[in-house]
Write a protein that binds this ligand. Sequence first.
Ligand code: NAD
Length: 300
Amino acid sequence: MTAKIIDGKAFAAGVREKVAGHVARLINDHGITPGLAVVLVGEDPASQVYVRSKGKATIETGMKSVEHKLDPETSQADLLALIDDLNNDETIHGILVQLPLPAHLDEDLVINSISPAKDVDGFHISNVGLLGTGQKSMVPCTPLGCLMMLRDHHGSLSGLDAVVIGRSNIVGKPMAQLLLGDSCTVTIAHSRTKDLPEVARRADIVVAAVGRPEMVPGDWIKPGATVIDVGINRVDAPEKGEGKTKLVGDVHFESASAVAGAITPVPGGVGPMTIACLLANTVTACSRANGLDEPEGLTA
Ligand code: NAD
């Protein structure tokens, strides 16, 4: 079998288009421009790139983008004061604090100081609890993107066996909650799981979110299963020339795509969906804040 490639880039373009359509309606029918504020503390180069692309994508959908770039030495009190200002700013509907924060700042405290209604990353403890109890919440962007692609491919996920490899708070755990919410039978596997290959082989859906290059080979995959590869790992690529590198996922694409029914590539799979879902969450937050209908197909 050769797997269908789930094109995350094309899917993300469709999500962005839907977001832009909803933004246009909010502006034209209600005079409301959704606004996203991104806060970056310090000068981490990767974080700077992420923040820049989030800002650009926000503007492209017609929303307002505000960037706050703070000194690496910024005190916790100053950061909390800024978040408080943004919480009270009616033109801002989504707030994202780029992680990781410098070591002197308390990440949990900072995230939990964001108003849950504006927490477009879905990391606030209230949103975690709401998701866990099946209530309306802001859903973390990466797992939301995975869910959208799975729903699109399968239609209903009800009754399917899903194995999520990885139990992080930002990917593994919320992914498992979302799959449970769609009535999958969910197993969360992690570094201490016994006989992981056997566990993975039971799954109709495998979501790999580990951060280990190509650790899931094709013989861990049930024939016809759907494989969602969240991992982004930079590895040496001597075949491209001396000193060259490339991105690979947590799944060994070549062997897995020979067995799976459908698979997301890296790059071009889950990655583009993450920013698209951040935009989706911002327009959802704006709609909710104004008591308006949520955009269809952009929430969990
Ligand atoms: P993390 O390091 O917080 O968590 C990794 C998880 O993998 C842990 O729960 C750990 O128990 C598990 N694990 C480690 N070794 C294992 C093993 N040998 N067998 C089974 N499980 C094992 O990582 P994260 O933040 O969840 O990210 C995971 C991967 O996803 C990384 O490659 C990251 O870059 C990527 N990621 C991609 C996106 C995206 O937009 N596509 C977003 C977030 C994270």
